[in-house]
Design a protein around this ligand. Structure first.
Ligand code: SPD
Length: 357
């Protein structure tokens, strides 16, 4: 009898240990359980203090993972395995994720802080009625440059980048749409162009930029430019704002041929496990004080109108980062060009990256 009790206790102990190990594994892999909320966001795109504050306020434990492109984010969500409760795609990716049934509709009754958003960022064509997504940050793509390193020269155009004097001076953001868009705009084509001859022409033009390109990089682009490792960067506006805050010798311009106006919104993927927590997180980030703290920390432009009241005047009045985008006719929003065309843009961009090696 004693042996039986001992074996039973041993089995119980082993089962408990296995359950604990599996729980910890799931937790570290980001499988949302009943007490956890898994958030999938761009790198360097949140004030970490807000995550702590959210955990304290709601009791959810946040598992936070990052990505560096819409393509990587969509592939990871589609692949399953890890389930995410909140993600932050850009507009064309939202349109694609909707099309592919990857998103859950939002319950607006659980998002009372929606009222603080500027209506310019609501009801946009990629998500009418904001059924699936709510604004997080927005911005443009442009050129950040150090005019002192360029002998006092000012840049105004994409085509300035092809100047032979700029050998090894340019850092490019690692984004297929951004880099292909720059080449297309430099040729006065739309950054949503789907004409194969135009796309090949843009790719050839990119290849001819190679001698001037020092590197194609992710978030480290900010540190490299602020430390004057290169004179020029093709970047998202929020990164430019952060770089300029570190080194005021730099300036930011949206090139005269045209550029991209983008929107990153919060969504709940279809595979989410913690839908209640996901709504709480989204609503928390929409709180004006939280949105202001977040914008000040990451440097990107907030779509939260009320939040602007809590931010320094010189920040929100800076037309480089808070432009009246309706009056800038030359800005275009990326469209969802369909699976095959998006894959083609990626392929051309990858070939350009290979060409540099
Ligand atoms: N480091 C955070 C970068 C987020 C940029 N999102 C911009 C996407 C534009 N399509």
């Amino acid at each position: 009898m004693r042996r039986l009790v001992q074996s039973f206790a041993a089995v119980l102990l082993i089962t408990a240990a296995l359950l604990y190990i599996s729980y910890r594994l799931n937790e570290s892999e980001g499988y949302a359980g009943s007490r956890t909320l898994t958030v999938y966001n761009w790198g360097d795109y949140i004030d970490p203090k807000l995550i702590k504050e959210f955990e304290k306020e709601t009791g959810w434990k946040v598992i936070y993972q990052t990505f560096d492109s819409n393509e990587a984010m969509m592939a990871k969500i589609a692949q399953g395995g890890t389930t995410f409760d909140v993600a932050v795609p850009s507009e064309y990716a939202i349109s694609k994720m909707k099309e592919e049934g990857m998103l859950l509709p939002l319950d607006h009754s659980k998002l009372p802080n929606l009222k603080y958003l500027d209506s310019r960022f609501l009801n946009l064509s990629f998500d009418p009625g904001n059924q699936y997504s709510v604004p997080y940050f927005w911005g443009t793509v442009g050129i950040v440059y150090n005019s002192e390193m360029l002998g006092g020269k000012k840049l105004t155009s994409w085509n300035d980048l092809w100047n032979k004097d700029l050998r090894n001076q340019i850092l490019l953001v690692d984004g297929a749409r951004e880099v292909m868009g720059m080449a297309l705009n430099s040729l006065h084509y739309s950054l949503n162009d789907t004409n194969q001859a135009h796309l090949l022409q843009a790719k050839r033009k990119l290849d001819s930029l190679t001698p001037n390109v020092k590197a194609i990089v992710g978030d480290e682009i900010k540190m490299l430019l602020a430390n004057e490792e290169a004179a020029i960067g093709v970047v998202w506006s929020g990164d430019a704002a952060e770089i300029i805050a570190e080194n005021d010798k730099l300036d930011y311009v949206v090139p005269k041929e045209g550029s991209n106006l983008w929107f990153d919104n919060m969504v709940i993927p279809k595979t989410a496990k913690n839908i209640e927590g996901a709504h709480q997180f989204i609503n928390f980030m929409l709180d004006p004080k939280h949105a202001a703290a977040n914008a000040e920390y990451v440097g990107y432009s907030t779509p939260n109108k009320k939040a602007l009241e809590y931010m320094p005047k010189e920040v929100v009045k800076d037309q480089r980062f808070y432009p009246d985008f309706h009056s800038i006719g030359r800005l275009e929003v990326y469209e969802n060009l369909g699976k095959r065309m998006l894959a083609y843009y990626n392929e051309l961009f990858l070939e350009f990256k290979m060409h540099r090696k």
